[in-house]
Design a protein around this ligand. Structure first.
Ligand code: F6R
Length: 615
């Protein structure tokens, strides 16, 4: 949540910052702002409520000169989204400006203390407190702004990635981080900083991932200096090569990123599977598991932790691990797990799943699992993010940048990796036969072609979306492997169309939610030809007999549902454990077309942000 970007070099900073903010807008779009330091000693700040486009309009009337600048796109945590609460925030002296991603938990105490020293505050934000604290230390201690930033951060509790500029110092940019991400792009005679690498792509492919508790002093024309915030000792500058292309960040002819990402799934699964199944299909090769065979052989229990869509993938992962590894498995919301005092020891494996790799609750759950001695395995998309760096081992899903706020290709990538992981652990533990691995791995390998066929349902789903313009509520029902698919289908619909939708295990419906069903409440029922198909048929009949319309997602060749459901959508047949991957595609399309039909901004739904770096 919130995106920060900064630039120091020889070009005009403004255009680079605006372009960077547009790339980071998925992280929050409540307000945007920019601060530019001009060589004639001016600090020009422009801010606007809403999207970056509003900021451009506001800034057009002002001075946008300067080759040093910082900028911010906000997902509001402290104070409502308005111009005053927008970042950058400027110190009372008018000398120091800051942008911040994260939350300062002890801001109220610090604010009170600063007020006693005569500081007043314009905004309701925690960030303004931090810049005033820096200002206070700078003037009281008569130290450099760099030292004041470091000293202030020692007094701060919470999470932050910050960038700081000083009006009288057009040659210096200071950045620091704890828990929130920050990447530095190293150009020939220029430096970029950002919350992720997307604003940097196209300028340089040399990046430094700032570590937790690190502060960087970036001075024009000088090598970057990294130090520990706590000990102030210099740390090693580790420049890595960025593997991200501009094409991956563009819409590629689609109307929206979400549609592009739905249609990318055959390719993203190809990338996700590459090199992970042997040529004869009889073995899964995951280096993250092979390198820690002993741990997986001796594990007594597995716990999956995640949030949102990743939590739905975790529920499918639980079924997969139970089926392939004969191990006790539980799934926890990371936000609950971290405060639940779970019993864990060194025989536990905790699997943390996260697209962004930055979700604060998942990171905290990882920390707790480590503290209790568990081995932590990460399943992430964003390379170099905090979760892969804070886990003992892991597997990237390699689906490329997911920019649409609603997760689509990451979900299918996560389920694919979980399928591979379950088989890889089962191989080590001897709980899965070679023949079974071969059956599932071969089907998995043909998944890109299967999804190509499934995507041909798009026109049918678009047509279907127009049938339900009357509906204010939807039920999504599924059983077994597809109960989590139902949850994910409902989440997709609610987050982008703002229609209330509930996912439920189909057989649980009769224990309460069935009371909701009438002719205005359609149900989407995921009913592929699996071991529970006969059972789910009676659940469909229960809905129909109460006047509810039914859209059934069934396997190709199914005829029995045609006479029961109002609409049956036919998906390719795959082994039962792979049905969630295929069934989720028409659900993504249905949600997408309903939301677009209602005129919603599917890429940036209200109140949401892609990377949830606050608790
Ligand atoms: C829904 C969605 C969110 C995320 C959740 C966790 O479409 O995208 O529910 O799944 O915020 O995010 P990650 O996976 O980045 O930890």
């Amino acid at each position: 949540m919130c995106g920060i970007v900064g630039y120091i070099g020889s070009r005009g900073a403004y255009d680079i910052l605006i372009q960077g903010l547009k790339r980071l807008e998925y992280r929050g779009y409540d307000s945007a702002g920019v601060a530019l330091v001009d060589t004639d000693g001016c600090l020009n700040v422009h801010k606007a409520r809403g999207k970056v486009a509003n900021l451009e309009q506001t800034a057009a009337a002002g001075n946008t000169n300067g080759t040093l600048g910082i900028a911010h796109t906000r997902w509001a945590t402290h104070g409502e989204p308005n111009d005053i609460n927008a970042h950058p925030h400027v110190s009372q002296s008018g000398d120091i400006a800051i942008v911040h991603n994260g939350t300062i938990e002890n801001y109220a105490v610090l604010k009170k203390a600063l007020a006693e020293h005569g500081y007043t505050f314009k905004s309701e934000t925690d960030t303004e407190v931090l810049v005033q604290l820096i200002d206070y230390i700078h003037s009281e201690n008569k130290c450099s702004v760099y030292d004041a930033v470091r000293e202030a951060l020692l007094q701060v509790e919470g999470a932050y990635a910050i960038a700081v500029v000083e009006k009288s110092n057009p040659d210096q940019l200071i950045v620091a981080r704890k828990s929130s991400p920050l990447v530095i792009g190293v150009g020939d005679d220029e430096t970029f900083i950002a919350s992720d690498a997307t604003p940097i792509v196209g300028y340089t492919d040399r990046v430094i991932y700032l570590k937790d508790d690190e502060i960087a002093l970036i001075r024009r024309g000088e090598p970057i200096q990294l130090s520990s915030i706590h000990s102030n000792t210099p740390s090693k500058v580790d420049i890595q090569k960025l593997k991200l292309s501009l094409a991956q960040l563009e819409k590629g002819g689609y109307d929206t990123f979400m549609l592009k990402e739905i249609f990318e799934q055959p390719d993203t699964l190809r990338d996700c599977l590459r090199g992970r199944i042997t040529d004869d299909g009889s073995q899964v090769v995951l280096s993250g598991v092979i390198d820690h065979q002993d741990i997986f052989a001796k594990a007594e229990r597995i716990t999956l932790v995640a949030c949102g869509t990743s939590w739905h993938a975790a529920l499918i992962g639980k079924r997969l691990i139970q089926d392939f590894c004969s191990l006790p498995v539980s799934v926890e919301y990371a936000s609950e797990f971290r405060y639940s005092n779970p019993y864990l020891n060194d025989k536990d494996v905790v699997i943390a799943i996260s697209q962004s790799g930055e979700t604060a609750d998942t990171l905290a759950a990882i920390q707790m699992a480590h503290d209790k001695g568990a081995f932590v395995y990460g399943i992430c998309n964003v390379v170099g993010a905090s979760i892969p760096r804070n886990t003992d081992s892991g597997t990237y899903i390699h689906v490329g940048p997911e920019i649409g706020v609603a997760s689509t290709k990451a979900f299918t990538g996560q389920v694919t990796v979980l399928t591979l992981l379950a088989m890889a652990i089962g191989q080590i533990r001897g709980t899965v036969s070679r023949a079974r691995v071969k059956e599932v791995a071969t089907a998995l390998r043909s998944m890109p072609e299967i999804l190509e066929k499934t995507l041909k349902l798009a026109p049918e789903m678009q047509k279907l979306s127009r049938v339900f313009t009357y509906a204010h509520n939807f039920l999504y029902l599924g059983r077994g492997y597809n109960y989590p698919t139902a949850l994910e289908g409902a989440l997709k619909l609610k987050e982008i169309s703002y229609i209330h939708a509930e996912g439920y295990p189909a057989a649980e419906m009769k224990h309460g939610p069935i009371a909701l069903i009438d002719h205005e409440m359609p149900s989407v029922i995921i009913a592929p030809s699996d071991s529970l198909y006969d059972k789910i048929i009676s659940n469909v009949q229960q809905v129909k007999s109460r006047g509810g319309a039914v859209v059934a997602i069934v396997s190709q060749g199914n005829k029995s549902m045609d006479t029961i459901a109002d609409f049956s959508v036919k998906i390719p047949r795959v082994p039962e454990c792979l049905t969630p991957i295929v069934a989720s595609v028409p659900l993504q399309l249905l949600a997408y077309y309903i939301a677009v039909g209602k005129g919603k901004n599917v890429d940036q739904p209200r109140n949401l942000a892609k990377s949830v770096t606050v608790e």
